[in-house]
Design a protein around this ligand. Structure first.
Ligand SMILES: NC(=O)c1ccc[n+]([C@@H]2O[C@H](COP(=O)([O-])OP(=O)(O)OC[C@H]3O[C@@H](n4cnc5c(N)ncnc54)[C@H](OP(=O)(O)O)[C@@H]3O)[C@@H](O)[C@H]2O)c1
Length: 336
């Protein structure tokens, strides 16, 4: 008699988004467990964030001028990568045979960035191509995950801006994930930081190192705040043309969340606009981990949701009012 043995299929839980829309389009699905390729690391995820970028991809609400480009890049009726989630902190479960820098059991933090796929129990990353680093022991999984989306973006833009010690920087949206990282990293570089946020977040932004904080509901920074060498607009609340009068000679406007016009804007005299997607460099995650280890970069966590509550987390992030990062915590999942 022939005996056939069938291997049990290894599976995992993942949140999927198969069409653009509100948080209700998200569905919890059972999917095959990814297997690491020769150069990949399989990570069991303990925490990830629901970032503004996840909401942008789910809703396809993109900055001005990016509608068609967005559909071409992301998918026409729904995201081509249906599992959202840009970042992770977790434990290495297995490694491919060519991997020498990580081993099973290592606690890590990693950034899948535009490739997403972190709102799932497991994610494979190739450390040659995607930022992955050992998690500093002093950080919990949530704290580690909270640093990545904002930190990677802020480091990229500060490098592009070539911010120098002694320069003045204005950070618009200083209380968000990107803004809180900007404030701390710019301060660390020796710049004089002014933050723009609502009154409720003034104390937070000051505690992160801003010398001055402007409540945008009471004050228009273009009228009363003086001049700056760099203006980082992390919420798309302004634009290059409106900021030019308050930029010093040689000033840089960082269009982190701006539309196509600011991305394509020509320099005005010695002043220029810098935009586009942030790079995903392994060296940047190493720097973030080092700065967090040294206590220079503090995690800012607004709320933490259980993995099962991803749709509620999306709805909260979509308000545009969060402070720092919103976490998805995977501890509630029962795992063998
Ligand atoms: N270019 C890239 O590669 C890149 C990378 C990452 C993110 N981004 C973009 O950057 C943007 C910000 O991301 P995020 O994750 O930091 O967002 P977030 O965490 O949702 O931050 C929003 C924050 O901005 C504040 N805010 C809202 N309106 C404001 C205004 N008019 N002036 C000043 N502050 C205001 C809010 O606080 P209040 O409640 O106090 O208003 C909130 O704390 C998103 O649009 C995202 O798509 C771009």
């Amino acid at each position: 008699m022939n005996k056939t043995t069938t291997k049990p299929m290894l599976t995992m839980q993942a949140w999927v988004c198969q069409r653009y829309g509100g948080p209700e389009v998200l569905a919890l699905q059972t999917r095959p467990l990814p297997q690491p390729g020769d150069h990949e690391v399989l990570i069991r995820i303990h925490a990830s964030t629901v970032a503004s970028g996840d909401v942008r991809v789910r809703t396809l609400k993109l900055p001005r001028g990016f509608g068609l480009i967005g559909r071409l890049a992301l998918g026409f009726t729904g995201p081509r990568q249906p599992v959202l989630g840009t970042d992770l902190a977790g434990v290495v479960e297995a490694v491919g045979r060519e991997v020498t820098s990580f081993k099973p059991g290592d606690a890590v933090m990693g950034f899948a960035g535009a490739a997403m796929g972190c709102h799932a129990e497991y994610r494979c990353l190739d450390p040659r191509k995607k930022p992955l680093v050992l998690k500093p022991a002093k950080l919990g999984f949530e704290q580690a995950a909270s640093l990545l989306f904002g930190g990677m973006t802020a480091l990229h833009y500060l490098r592009k801006a070539e911010l120098k010690a002694g320069e003045k920087i204005l950070v618009i949206g200083a209380s968000g994930a990107v803004g809180t990282a900007f404030v701390q990293l710019a301060r660390h570089l020796g710049a004089e930081v002014t933050g723009v946020c609502s009154g409720a977040n003034v104390d937070l932004v000051r505690s992160l190192g801003a010398a001055r904080v402007i409540d945008y509901r009471n004050e228009d920074f273009t009228q009363s705040a003086g001049r700056f060498d760099v203006i980082a607009d992390t919420v798309g609340a302004s634009n290059f043309a409106a900021c030019c009068p308050v930029l010093n000679e040689g000033g840089r406007y960082l269009s982190v969340a701006g539309g196509l016009p600011d991305l394509l804007a020509r320099p005005r005299g010695s002043k220029r606009s810098i935009g586009g997607p942030a790079a995903e460099l392994p060296a940047d995650i190493q720097q973030l981990a080092r700065l967090a280890e040294q206590g220079v970069l503090q995690p800012v966590i607004d709320r933490s949701f259980a993995f099962e509550e991803a749709a509620a987390a999306h709805a909260y992030v979509e308000t545009g009012r969060k402070r720092g990062a919103v976490l998805l915590n995977f501890d509630s999942l029962t795992r063998a």
